[in-house]
Ligand binder design. Structure first.
Ligand SMILES: [Zn+2]
Ligand SMILES: [Zn+2]
Ligand SMILES: [Zn+2]
Ligand SMILES: [Zn+2]
Ligand SMILES: [Zn+2]
Ligand SMILES: [Zn+2]
Ligand SMILES: [Zn+2]
Length: 1746
């Protein structure tokens, strides 16, 4: 450890030396010396170890300060020959900025690619370039970068058009040809050359240096101490946890340090974990190695001398410096490229660049990153050197790839990843193919790495070890490189290119040869297969090669000579593979219907068969391409067709198709899932283009060259059906052999499959080259057939279509011609619907339909036809014509063997099926006959032009069968079948056939058939039109009827408490025409109105709501809320100490109560809840699964609607209106004073009584002196205990709900005795009313009449509960609350801790006063009225609120004075006077405002929400119906009237000045008001009216969000990118979610950043947007959450959760508002509950870790 000590002193000793150092002098010295490299090395040897690596930490700050000063500065001086800042500026002036943008992408940064103009999908733009490009108006794709790679803006080869953005548009003067070095002096060039070669050499030497304890020659430090680092390197084998655990053991660090070490190792590739003498480090190394070597290879650890580490650190800095310095000038960049690529002493491939590349896999991640970046900013930015670099890269290709395959780092950290930057440039790729034979090199390298072969030389993946499997995965990246090279087809071919391409093609054929016939299967008979054989590897390879195979064909197709050569090569490869296919087989002869053919004896069900036939399929592809060429039309003799043996060509594809048919028929069940999966992928959209489709093409090609009878016989033989149809009496077959039901069944399926295959061979003509079509005809047909199944969203269609190598389906070009787009609503997706006229293309036997698709499509199409009033027959469509090479295929339809087969099946169908034929079989036969007729029709129609038609189907089917003689003809059979009762379903098709036949015959006899048809058509059309009109009329009638029904039976649709709500049931039957909801003159319910009967949802019994009856309850959900918060920064309260009596006007935390409105008996509910509890306990013991609700926390689901609930609210009748002096009072303001005086006296008496009692309890008599004994006023009985009027069950429920509100609202344990219970209940009542008032404003709905029943019911029971809850609390407690509440309005010196009126939410105060008052009022028998008291409270609080508004909310700037009418004048005067009174009370604190209009506006706007909330409150409390004016918007006068307030609110003050003045004085002299009045104008978090909170504004374009998130770094792990940046939609905070780094502890549990944030921001409820996933996340508490569709849609009306499709996304305001509404309604938790109930997997997610 001694060495460490001395080193610590070193810096200070060196300080003076550093101060005396002059970069200029050093540079000057260097200019003189003869051996510059030696001199510079000496300098580095001296200084580098003095600056770098002096302590345990590798990157202290002084390194960053000293290195530029001592090391870089002399280099820059030398280079510039003058002050570097001056010299570099000069360089910059002459710089020709590169036209390439070259912006290197960060992880998660958005990238854009144009689907229309990009040469390939790897061509991307950065956001800046994209926004300035033409492509933003095109169809583009947006993705997030995985890091690495750069912007291709300015690369003319990357873009078909618009290669430059506005910024990178080149100058008109063509400067690109000029040599950038021309601007530099020779001396400068020489100096730069010197510096660059020395520094680059130094860096390369150091980064590739492998010795741990020595340095290269010339760099040995002058003095060396015993200081070492124990360096830990990254590998991809060990997990984070393993490394953390090992480190804690080995170097004795805390877990936190270990996590930080592990993170750095993962990021930079290495990290020193210990610093000290050699022994000390060696010891740590051995512990780490020992600990990690058990299962796998150990972690790599090196003990390195500090000077070695120091030089490596500086080497990295030097490379970065080079990267920076060349940015000043393209000339410098070019010199650096020259230096880098200059051939070294060891000859070829020894340049510095080569050395770096070849050592790539030995370097640590950090070093690789730095030099890759340098390559990108130098070699790849210089067009000339990019080419030279690409050549070197290609020369080293094999070595680099081998190194990569052995290495274990991801490809993004390998130099091989740069291939994309060169190979995708068409000109470079072409050059590399011709000059460096790159294609062959890649394929050979690939083959070299897959050496594991079976006896026949096929790839064998069966017994792969883990290591081989790993290697197989890595080697696949080579296929990616091959794809890059091939991605753009040549437009011009040179001989050299032809030669090299064909050489590459040959190499590729070698590869395919190894695949032809791999993974063969043999049918398992007897017992089930023991082990599922490996099949995935082979299919992975096939899938990866799919695009390559297609591209190879495209290349071939672009040059006829190449195509023919390739065809020959492919054919000879195939012949070579199957040369021995008849070996050892006896040829057999098949004969049928007078034809015979030789073939081999082969049974798919008994011998080996393979699905992998890439050579056959490639040949099939090339054959179709050949057929398109001119040669095929004009000189077919030039084609190598004569060498073909058609039976050989079809043999293997046919076997494969038969295999599928047999699997279908259940013959291969014992072979397990491996085979089922292979068959699935064989047909799957990802593989079929180069598998199934090509097999079909090959059969078509083969059949077209054969006699159709021969072809069909071979086919029958391979299907193992030959014996059935070849026997002389095959038409009676099933009478003979009914022996084995299973076999008959099997054969039936095989016959169906065989017939289907015939249909496809003749009918699939949409491949260019097979039929006379263009490639978009093919896509159009695919789309039509998908949409025939059902209307589909864009993404569904994309999934169903094959993508090309550019990830395009080509759909956009054709979709609009066949489909109509329907936009989505607030939910759902946009859908494409088939245009009716496109349905005529529908083919029931479309080759890409699965059986399920087929039956769905059939059903859908028949339904549509029936709806249109048409015949529901689905005849075969009219097909395009075959190309000449395939033209003979149509003859299959009229050949004897097929007609024999058709006849046999029809004959079987004469009798009802006893299992000897099947419906599908018959349907296929009819379809084939239909195809024959349609074909014939086409021939007849075109025969006018070319008169050589010998297709005569009608004639053939009219002929009687041959053997045995006199069998009926096909037509005769059909005529008979037409009337067979068992063939009802097929009748329409048979009738269609017979009808078409008639037309045909008439056509043939040259009658004017066309007019007949036209007439027929016109008639049908007329009928269809009539049917449509009739249908429309019926539909209209029906929907009208439906509307009526709903209107008339509204009650049925909404179970509600309507009887209970007088506002809807009874209208104005009060004596007064004016309706008041409060005060002595308020509306009172008559007896009948008060009777309410409800039904229990559990037992269905009716129950009247009575004070003394059985309790009825509403399911309810109480939750904490910050939805209305105006101050999210307020720290959460301490739940044990917090006094909730006064709500702060910032409403930072509230308690919200909601209900689904469903009513139960309390005892029914209790029984239900107990059952839920018991069930849950059992379930947890058994399964340990969670539910969407937390029973232990009292949660349950409403038994009717499954809405999440956590308590119940008791239903109460309207409070008794025992109005003792009712209606006698007029509103007399003198009385208010009098009332207040009496109340004050009462309070005084009560207060002293309480104090006395308290003092007595506390056993002190001494305190008695301080308490004045106040006698109570008349009629006020201090010792009176009012009787509780409620029944015991109601009392119980009052306690239940009160306790639940208290528990949830304060997050405490339930305690029904706690004095805060009633306060929380009043608070919840007030908060809920306020939030609903806001909701109504936000949705622009009137105050009354628009609430849904559930909210109406909830508010009414909540308010009534509020007025009753005091009865189950300690009366003294409630009285005491009342005293404190009143003291806030009527200052009372004896009450302490009264907040100032600026710190009180007035509505909460009003509600609490009114609801706590009964506890005091019950003692009074003096004859005061409770109603009067309510009115007085309202008046007092209203005045206080006006004061509050004037003090806090008068805006800064006074608007223009407005003229107004007389009525308003008075209010304006009054408010001015009032304001000035306030100013006199407060002194200069209050700003001078002389616009009364302005003040009045302010008051009116500020107080409106309060008045509305008060109206709601008294409405529900007293049951007074609302006047009709309040059922619409616009309301001031009506509102004041309803509340019994003067519409000039200032009168409340002026009519009662005597009372009010002292109160005003009291409020204003509160110290709180005085202190805040100084800065009241700066109180910014709220003003009255408090505006509704919004979710944050989101940008219209989603990529703006991605961009924002990509620059977001984790706040905890210094500058690292966050993997899951997540945006809080409530406050806009960006969080680092789902990551170790940002976990924190919350109530004893580790939680992720989102969960932690919800507790601060949303009181446990959170709404987030996961930016990388484009997904909304709802969280509630620590255990609940769900994902929700984001408000961003693509142009097709779809969301892109997971951002997989990359379509541009735009904000959908409607959907965002819907999310906002869920939030404002407090429905997030409910939404989560429903989502979790619907999808149980959501319950299992650890939401708290997000
Ligand atoms: Zn760019
Ligand atoms: Zn650009
Ligand atoms: Zn474009
Ligand atoms: Zn019940
Ligand atoms: Zn419910
Ligand atoms: Zn937030
Ligand atoms: Zn983090």
């Amino acid at each position: 450890m001694a060495a460490v000590e001395t080193d610590r002193d070193a810096p200070s000793a060196l300080c003076s030396e550093f101060l005396n150092f002059s970069a200029k002098d050093t540079a000057a010295k260097w200019l003189q010396v003869s051996n510059l490299p030696k001199e510079v090395y000496q300098h580095l040897a001296c200084y580098v170890p003095k600056i770098y690596c002096l302590g345990p930490n590798l990157n202290p700050q002084n390194e960053d300060l000293l290195a530029p000063l001592l090391l870089q500065s002399p280099l820059e001086w030398y280079l510039c020959g003058e002050e570097p800042s001056v010299g570099l500026a000069k360089l910059e002036q002459n710089n020709q900025p590169s036209q390439l943008c070259g912006h290197v992408f960060k992880v998660g940064e958005p990238t854009y690619s144009c689907r229309e103009c990009a040469a390939d999908p790897t061509c991307v733009l950065c956001m800046q370039c994209f926004l300035g490009s033409v492509h933003k108006e095109h169809r583009y794709r947006m993705t997030t970068s995985g890091g690495g790679g750069f912007c291709d803006c300015g690369d003319t080869e990357a873009w078909k058009k618009g290669p430059y953005c506005q910024k990178h548009e080149p100058n008109i003067s063509d400067s690109s040809q000029k040599d950038p070095l021309a601007n530099l002096s020779d001396e400068m060039i020489a100096r730069t050359y010197n510096v660059f070669s020395i520094i680059l050499k130094y860096a390369v030497d150091m980064l590739t240096w492998e010795k741990e304890d020595e340095l290269p020659e010339g760099l040995e430090p002058p003095a060396r101490g015993d200081t070492y680092y124990c360096m830990l390197f990254n590998d991809e084998v060990h997990t984070y946890e393993q490394v953390i655990y090992t480190l804690q053991k080995a170097v004795n660090c805390t877990q936190k340090e270990a996590v930080s070490f592990a993170t750095t190792v993962d990021r930079d590739g290495r990290k020193s974990v210990r610093f000290g003498d050699f022994q000390f480090c060696e010891q740590a190394k051995s512990v780490i190695v020992r600990n990690t070597s058990r299962q796998t290879k150990p972690l790599r650890v090196q003990v390195m001398h500090s000077s070695v580490v120091a030089h490596q650190c500086f080497a990295l800095k030097a490379l970065t410096w080079l990267g920076q310095i060349i940015r000043y000038s393209d000339a410098l960049r070019r010199i650096l490229c020259q230096v880098g690529l200059q051939r070294g002493p060891e000859g070829e491939n020894s340049s510095l660049v080569d050395t770096l590349m070849l050592c790539d896999s030995k370097m640590w991640k950090g070093a690789r990153n730095v030099y890759h970046q340098l390559f990108m900013s130098s070699l790849l930015m210089d067009t000339k050197y990019k080419k030279l670099f690409a050549i070197q890269f290609a020369k080293n290709y094999e070595r680099l790839q081998s190194d990569y395959v052995k290495d274990d780092h991801d490809r993004e950290f390998s130099v091989t990843d740069l291939s994309v930057q060169m190979f995708t440039v068409p000109s470079l790729a072409r050059m590399l193919i011709t000059e460096e034979n790159l294609m062959t090199t890649i394929i050979r390298t690939f083959m070299d790495h897959l050496r594991h072969r079976d006896l026949h030389g096929h790839f064998q993946f069966e017994r792969y070890t883990a290591q081989q499997a790993f290697k197989f995965r890595r080697v696949q990246s080579l296929i990616g490189d091959l794809k890059y090279v091939l991605i753009s087809r040549p437009t011009e071919w040179t001989d050299q290119l032809r030669e090299k391409y064909l050489e590459g093609f040959s190499a590729f054929l070698e590869l395919l040869k190894c695949m032809q016939g791999m993974d063969p299967v043999v049918r398992q008979v007897g017992q089930h297969i023991e082990m599922e054989p490996e099949w995935e590897a082979a299919f992975t390879l096939q899938m990866k090669l799919t695009h390559i195979i297609s591209m190879m064909q495209e290349w071939c197709s672009s040059d006829e000579r190449v195509l023919i050569e390739a065809y020959k090569k492919c054919l000879s490869a195939l012949t070579h593979c199957h040369s021995g296919f008849t070996d050892g087989e006896q040829p057999i002869t098949l004969s049928m219907c007078g034809h015979s053919v030789d073939t081999i004896r082969y049974c798919v069900s008994q011998e080996k068969v393979s699905i992998h036939l890439p050579l056959s399929r490639l040949l099939a592809g090339l054959h179709a391409l050949l057929s398109k060429t001119e040669v095929a039309y004009r000189f077919p003799e030039l084609l190598p067709l004569s060498e073909l043996s058609p039976p050989m060509l079809i043999e293997h594809p046919l076997r494969c198709l038969v295999l599928c048919a047999q699997v279908h028929a259940g013959m291969w069940r014992r072979n397990g899932f491996s085979l089922v999966n292979q068959i699935y992928y064989y047909h799957n959209v990802k593989c079929r283009v180069e598998m199934f489709d090509k097999d079909l093409s090959m059969l078509q090609a083969g059949a077209s060259m054969m006699d159709p009878n021969h072809f069909l016989m071979i086919m029958l033989s391979r299907f193992e059906l030959y014996h059935i149809f070849s026997s002389a009496d095959c038409r009676k077959r099933y009478n003979r052999e009914n022996a084995n039901k299973d076999v008959v069944q099997q054969n039936n399926t095989l016959i169906e499959e065989m017939l289907h295959l015939v249909i496809m061979i003749v009918g699939e003509r949409y491949t260019a080259g097979v039929g006379q079509v263009e490639c978009f005809d093919e896509i159009r047909r695919e789309i039509v057939h998908q949409l025939c199944i059902r209307p589909m969203a864009h993404s569904e269609l994309v999934k169903a279509l094959p993508e090309n190598e550019n990830k395009e389906t080509g759909m956009e070009r054709v979709i609009d011609s066949v489909a109509l787009f329907k936009k989505p609503g607030v939910t759902g997706k946009g859908l494409y619907k088939l245009r009716p006229e496109s349905a005529k293309m529908f083919n029931l036997y479309f080759h890409h339909y699965s059986r399920a698709d087929q039956s769905k499509a059939e059903e859908a199409q028949r339904k549509i036809k029936r709806q249109n009033g048409e015949d529901s027959v689905l005849p075969p469509p009219v097909l395009p014509r075959f190309c000449p090479l395939f033209a003979s295929l149509v003859n299959i339809l009229q050949c004897d063997v097929l007609l024999g087969i058709l006849g046999a099946v029809l004959q079987w169908a004469m009798e009802p099926s006893g299992g000897h034929w099947s419906e599908s079989m018959l349907q296929r036969v009819l379809h084939l006959i239909g195809m024959g007729l349609v074909e014939e029709q086409q021939h007849l129609l075109s025969s006018a032009e070319d008169n050589d038609t010998n297709f005569n189907f009608t004639l053939k089917i009219s002929r009687p069968g041959e053997a045995p003689a006199n069998t009926p003809s096909i037509l005769a059979l059909l005529e008979t079948l037409q009337n067979a009762p068992h063939l009802e379903v097929h009748k329409d098709m048979i009738r269609w056939i017979l009808k078409v036949k008639l037309i045909q015959i008439s056509l043939q006899s040259h009658l004017i058939g066309s007019t007949v048809r036209d007439k027929d058509k016109a008639e049908r059309k007329r009928k269809a039109e009539m049917a449509r009109l009739r249908r429309e009329k019926i539909m209209a009638q029906m929907s009208e009827m439906q509307r009526h029904f709903i209107n008339e039976n509204k009650e049925l649709f909404q179970q509600s408490l309507e009887e209970l709500d007088p506002s809807t049931s009874s209208t104005l039957d009060s004596c007064d025409s004016t309706l008041f909801c409060v005060g002595p003159r308020r509306w009172r319910a008559g007896g009948s109105d008060r009777r309410q009967v409800v039904t229990c949802i559990l037992c269905q019994e009716e129950q009247e709501i009575r004070i003394d009856g059985k309790a009825m309850v509403l399911a309810a959900f109480v939750q904490r809320s910050t939805v209305m918060s105006k101050n999210r920064k307020r720290p959460p309260h301490n739940p044990d100490k917090y006094d909730p009596l006064f709500m702060h006007p910032d409403l930072s935390f509230g308690t919200h109560t909601g209900s689904c409105g469903h009513i139960m008996h309390s005892h029914c509910w209790q029984r239900y809840f107990e059952a839920v509890q018991a069930k849950e306990q059992r379930r947890q013991q058994r399964l340990r699964v969670h539910t969407s609700y937390d029973v232990e926390n009292g949660e349950f689901l409403c038994p009717l609607c499954e809405c999440l609930s956590n308590t119940v609210i008791p239903l109460l009748p309207l409070t008794k209106t025992s109005c003792r002096y009712c209606n006698k009072h007029t509103l007399d303001f003198d009385l208010q004073l009098q009332w207040l005086n009496i109340t004050s006296l009462q309070m005084k008496a009560l207060l002293s009584a309480h104090r006395k009692a308290k003092a007595a309890d506390a056993d002190g008599v001494d305190d008695m002196d301080g308490v004045n004994d106040c006698p109570p006023p008349d009629g006020f009985k201090l010792d009176y205990t009012p009787k509780n009027p409620y029944s015991s069950t109601i009392k119980e429920m009052l306690t239940t709900f009160g306790t639940a509100t208290y528990k949830v609202g304060l997050k405490v344990h339930p305690n029904e005795q706690d004095p805060r219970v009633p306060i929380m209940c009043w608070g919840s009542c007030a908060y809920t009313i306020q939030s609903i008032e806001r909701l109504l404003v936000d949705e622009e709905k009137p105050l009354f009449g628009s609430l849904p029943c559930r909210q109406d019911d909830c508010l009414s029971s909540l308010t009534r509960f509020g007025s009753a809850c005091w009865t189950v609390s300690s009366h003294a407690t409630v009285q005491n609350h009342f005293i404190r509440l009143l003291a806030a309005l009527v200052p009372d010196p004896r009450v302490e801790n009264t907040p100032c009126i600026l710190d009180i939410d007035m509505f909460h105060l009003l509600v609490s006063l009114v609801l706590s008052h009964p506890a005091v009022f019950s003692l009074d028998s003096s004859g005061l009225s409770a109603d009067t008291a309510q009115l007085h409270f309202l008046h007092l609080v209203t005045v206080a609120h006006i004061v509050q508004i004037l003090l806090s909310s008068v805006p800064e700037e006074v608007q223009m004075e407005q003229e107004s009418g007389g009525a308003e004048r008075e209010e304006e005067e009054k408010v001015c006077m009032f304001y000035n009174t306030l100013r006199t009370h407060l002194g200069s604190g209050l700003r001078e405002v002389d616009s009364g209009w302005h003040l009045w506006c302010c008051v009116k706007a500020g107080i409106l929400p309060y008045l509305r909330a008060a109206a709601l409150f008294f409405h529900y409390l007293n049951g007074a119906p609302a006047p009709p004016e309040l059922h619409s918007v616009g309301e001031w006068e009506a509102l004041c009237g309803y509340l019994c307030l003067p519409s000039n609110l200032l009168q409340l003050f002026y009519n009662n000045r005597e009372l009010m003045e002292p109160l005003l004085h009291g409020w204003c002299s509160h110290p709180g008001v005085r202190s805040s009045s100084v800065h009241y104008s700066t109180i910014s978090y709220f003003r009255f009216p408090r505006e509704s909170n919004h979710l944050i504004e989101l940008p219209g374009d989603y990529s703006a969000l991605i961009n924002q998130a990509s620059s977001f770094t984790c706040p905890k792990s210094g500058g690292d990118k966050s993997r899951a940046p997540t945006l809080c939609l409530v406050c806009g905070a960006m969080l680092c979610s789902q990551s170790y780094c940002c976990q924190s502890e919350l109530e004893g549990v580790d939680v992720g950043a989102c969960t932690a944030h919800t507790f601060a921001c949303g009181a446990g409820v959170g709404i987030f947007l996961r930016v990388r996933e484009s997904q909304v996340l709802f969280l509630a508490g620590k255990t609940k959450g769900c994902f929700y569709a984001p408000p961003y849609l693509d142009d097709y009306g779809e969301t892109d959760q997971g951002l997989r499709r990359g379509n541009p996304l735009h904000l959908c305001q409607e959907r965002y508002r819907k999310i906002q509404k869920l939030w404002r309604q407090h429905s997030i938790t409910e939404e989560i509950g429903h989502a979790q109930e619907a999808n149980q997997t959501l319950v299992g997610i650890d939401w708290q870790h997000l």
